[in-house]
Structures are given as C-alpha cells and as structure tokens.
Design a protein around this ligand. Sequence first.
Ligand SMILES: [Mn+2]
Length: 232
Amino acid sequence: MAGVGPKGSRAGYSSSKLMAANNPGKTALAAVVPAGREASLSRKTKETSIEVSLNLDGTGRASIETPLPFLSHMVEQIARHGLIDLTVRAVGDVEIDGHHTTEDLGLVIGQCVNKALGDKAGILRYGSATLPMDEARSTCALDLSGRAHFVWEVPLPAGAKIGTWDVELAPVFFEAFARGAQCNLHVVLHRGEILHHIVEISFKALARALREAVRIEPRVSGVPSTKGSLVD
Ligand SMILES: [Mn+2]
C-alpha cells in the first residue's frame, strides 16, 4: 500500500482513449468514464502508524479501522458523503489518549487528497455545504487553494467524550486535514445541542464540501486560478 503514487489526476482522462482502443465494443462507455484519481500513503512514527488509500472518484465505499470507534464512524462519513472510496488502517498510542491518532489520521487523509488531486487542473476548487442533523446545523466552506488555513467556529465543551473519543479532538482532526490537504477550511456551527450530532454533521459537511471542490468540471480550462497554480 505504501508509496503508490497518484494513478489518476488528469492522466486518467487521456487514458480513456487507450481503454477505448483496447475495448472497441465499449468505446462509448470508456470515453465518458474517467479512471479514478487515486493515492495511497503510509506514515509511521513512534506514536502512530497510519495507512490511507483513497479514490476521489469512488462511490463512497469505506473500510476504516482505527482504535477509536467514534473516529472510525466519523471518517466513514467522509467516504460515504464525499463519494470517496477510502481505506484506513490506523494504530496509535490511545493508551495515552486519542490525540496523536486523530491528528495523524487527519493529516494523512488530507495529504492523500492533495496527492490524488495532482496539479488540480479542471477541478471546481471551491466547495461548501450547510447540512442539518436533527437539531444541529453546520457549514463547511473549503478552498483547495494550496495554502493551509483553518477556521473553527464550533464551540465544544472541555473534557467531554463521545464513547472513548475526546470531543476536543474534533478541531484537531480538521486542522490536520487542512494542513495535509493544503486547503482553506472553515467550519461553522449554526446551532446544536447533542455533541454526537454537532461533530457528525461537521464531518458530513466536510465530506459534501470536498465532493464539490474536487469535482472535475468540463468547462474549467486548466488550473482554476488566475495565478496559474494551486500547488504552493
Ligand atoms: Mn452517528
């Protein structure tokens, strides 16, 4: 799993011609179905060992293993609602607490998104979603700008837990994701009372914002920046 580079990016589109040539009976289908933008990364430290593999052009299939069930439940939302196929194998020093595992997983998932995007040619770049979950409502606004910036306007009580997971780790995950993906990420809670709903709808809003921002738009010509680059 380690070290597999981005197989997709824009290369996936030109390869459809090759696919059509090899499958003459399926020309029409091969011409419109791009290869997925995929990436895999592994990261090992004395605190955690994280392996992530994803396909931005997936269908939301998830295979998530972490030592923190609520974190697994949240990462699964990114796959499902982002239509990203996502495999995660994470272990970490949760006997201390969940901080290292949560932060490193957010970082590596973000890095994998950035790697799968390649030069970002043809993408929408921006995405946002405001979603409700029962009484809670949250907005995520995202710019795949190539510059990490993080704004978190989600008040959470200190010392609270959901299952074995410290609720204060929610912004830790999102900040690390923004750093890994080199994106500008704003999360705003409009209202909410139940902590499970407040955190879960923030992850779902991230998923939907990401789904929009990474989408290939045929009318976008090249990299969607007047600067000409979104990679630094
Ligand atoms: Mn839930």
